[in-house]
Design a protein around this ligand. Sequence first.
Ligand SMILES: [Zn+2]
Length: 250
Amino acid sequence: MIYKTDAVVLRKNKISEADVILTLFTRKLGKIRAVAKGGRKPKASLSPASHIFVFGEFVLVKGKELDRISSADIHESFYSIREDLSKLAYASYFAELCDTVTVEGVTNNRLFDTFLKALSLITHVEDNFELIKLAFQLKLLDYSGFRPELTKCIECNGKKFKKIRFNIEQGGIICDNCFNKSKGNVILIDLTMVKIMRYILKTDIITISKIKLNPLTINRLSYIIDKYILFHLQRKSFKSLEFLNTIKKI
Ligand SMILES: [Zn+2]
């Protein structure tokens, strides 16, 4: 059986001198792993499509174990991301996050569209990368069932707060009373931080990328959301995030 779908390459794994397996985030079928024959040979027809971030229409042939890519019509190669170390680091982290939350055969079109917009932003903008990262993280959490609770206490549903704290393990804000009884990693935040996260969750990522926020506030939120993601996606680390954090220090 032959089928066609729009897809973005999330990952490429070498399987021989000539061939690669591409992990594709497809619009129609969620995540798919498929063989690209000749993907490592510069002159092969599949070579231009066999790179991370390439967005195109892929034609695939069903296989017993793995499907095989028969052709690809590239819509956007996002070539310039791969030429800039900092852009590469951000986009690689977004791809690794997508690879972590997507499931074979299960579509996630809100995430698919947001990922494409994020790649486009990373390509075209020259600043505000940290806010784009935070926005992508929160939207990915929302679209994959891990949206943090930001409107009421995660424990008692109460809405009265003297101080606002965020409980990473429980997954949201916690009130003064419940905080005393709660376990886990609790971080003091403020109403502005809560409002920024709520705004991000209901606003398109392109619009978010145009606003300017205090870098210190973004850093504090990033610290929390990086930890939140590791805990809820059950990961000890993300290679690409470590790479990104190394790049930032240079
Ligand atoms: Zn409470």
